[in-house]
Write a protein that binds this ligand. Structure first.
Ligand SMILES: [Zn+2]
Length: 425
């Protein structure tokens, strides 16, 4: 972890500042802490492979004991939940490799790690909507301040914050393995913190100008505390009259059924959680149509009660910055990683035309199709492309013929080709 992150982290229980305990085992440089123990007024927490673990669940205390015993390698195994020796040793080898991909590293975590759909996240409908909302809201209200993705998992949306934030955004999640993967692969440049979303958040008041939680809030039990904490995190003195924003994206609706339902609230229940800011709720169907059909996200709309009640997923935005609640044009995808074929597509030689390849949409399984089948609204069933366009994918010289590049740009627009993190699959 970066030393300057100590300026914004606080003990979740006593609220005190955290300092490296120099008298205990640690490995650090001038700029960062690799392993060690952080202490506050009330307790001590481990930093494991550069990630502070700011909760007291059983794995965290066992990892802390291993750090104190000078065994950071064993502390990391505990945080990854690897208690099987051969599996742990195999994972250590993959983790030490400079060439292992995100997919291989997830697989090395074993079948107990719910890795299944992470690979397809960058084109799923929830992501497509959330990414547009994040760009619109954080792009307007964050104003160069620090941002945070709470319960951000393996960091697919944190990657967008890295683009938008001049200071490294914080990615907070209970699952160590996910934030570790995010820092390594999905969102390099983010600052991962392992903490419990059902506890007070381990950060200082006003440390952020933008706080978000997407596709996770329905699983939080202490929702009132969580929203109160988000309000506290963006309570920046300099922004008292203006900026700062909270985004709760893709949270399920108690009035409708959805897969992996969680413990959702009804729309007015969500609205009532806010004490300091007045939230606006949006049905995700309207936002989806904005992104897919209209090319602009209209946050000036006020969805009717019937629209909110009937929508399986809601997006909640709270900000005093009026510019947030406007129409935001959707910029073409930015290129920050490498262009790769969407892993939902399988290339097959086209029997009808030499030199052309047929890309066929194939879902990993029926459950994926049931939950994310709305991606058919923008992902073509099949598309035939020239071998030249596919060759242009891996061409880093920029010397690919203009027609191949034009074809490739069209595939990017249709999300058949994605801008993916390096070594993603
Ligand atoms: Zn404390």
């Amino acid at each position: 972890m970066r030393i300057d992150t100590l300026d914004v982290v606080r003990c979740p229980y006593c609220g005190g500042r955290l300092e490296l305990v120099e008298s205990l085992f640690h490995r650090r440089t001038a700029a960062g802490i690799h392993d060690g123990i952080l202490g506050c007024h009330c307790c001590i927490f481990p930093v494991v492979d550069g990630i502070p673990v700011l909760h007291l669940q059983p794995g965290a205390t066992a990892a802390r004991d291993q750090i104190q015993a000078g065994r950071p390698d064993l502390a990391r195994r505990i945080m990854f939940g690897l208690d099987d020796e051969p599996l742990a040793a195999a994972f250590d080898r993959v983790a030490a490799s400079d060439t292992a991909t995100f997919r291989e590293t997830v697989e090395a975590l074993g079948p107990g790690f719910e890795g299944g759909y992470f690979l397809y996240r960058f084109s799923d409908p929830t992501f497509v909507v959330a990414e547009a909302v994040v760009r619109a809201v954080a792009g307007t209200a964050a104003r160069g301040g620090r941002t945070i993705d709470i319960c951000g998992g393996s960091g697919h949306l944190t990657r967008t914050l890295v683009e938008l934030s001049p200071v490294p955004p914080i990615l907070a999640d209970l699952y160590y393995a996910k934030v570790w993967l995010a820092r390594r692969f999905t969102a390099p440049g983010c600052e991962p913190v392992c903490c419990d979303g059902n506890a007070p958040m381990p950060f200082a008041r006003g440390a952020f100008t933008f706080a978000m939680c997407v596709d996770a809030f329905m699983y939080i039990w202490t929702k009132r505390q969580f929203v109160g904490e988000m309000e506290r995190l963006i309570d920046t003195p300099g922004h008292a009259g203006g900026g700062g924003a909270i985004l709760i994206g893709h949270t399920h609706n108690e009035r409708t059924w959805s897969p992996s339902h969680g413990q959702p609230l009804a729309p007015e229940g969500y609205a009532a959680l806010f004490e300091r800011l007045e939230p606006r709720l949006f049905g995700e169907r309207g936002l989806f149509a904005d992104v897919v059909d209209r090319g602009a996200l209209d946050l000036s709309r006020r969805d009717a009660k019937e629209a909110l009640d009937g929508d399986p997923a809601l997006t909640i935005v709270a900000s005093r910055d009026a510019a947030v609640f406007a129409r935001h044009s959707i910029a073409p995808p930015r290129r920050s990683g490498e262009l790769r074929l969407n892993p939902l597509y399988r290339p097959e030689p086209d029997a009808a035309a030499a030199g052309r390849v047929r890309l066929q949409l194939r879902f990993p399984d029926d459950d994926y199709e049931q939950e994310y089948g709305a991606c058919r609204r923008y992902l073509p069933d099949a598309v035939t492309v020239s071998r030249g366009a596919l060759a242009a994918l891996t061409d880093v010289s920029g010397a690919a013929p203009a027609d191949a590049r034009a074809e490739l740009n069209e595939l990017v627009r249709r999300r058949v080709v994605l801008d993916l993190p390096a070594r993603y699959y």
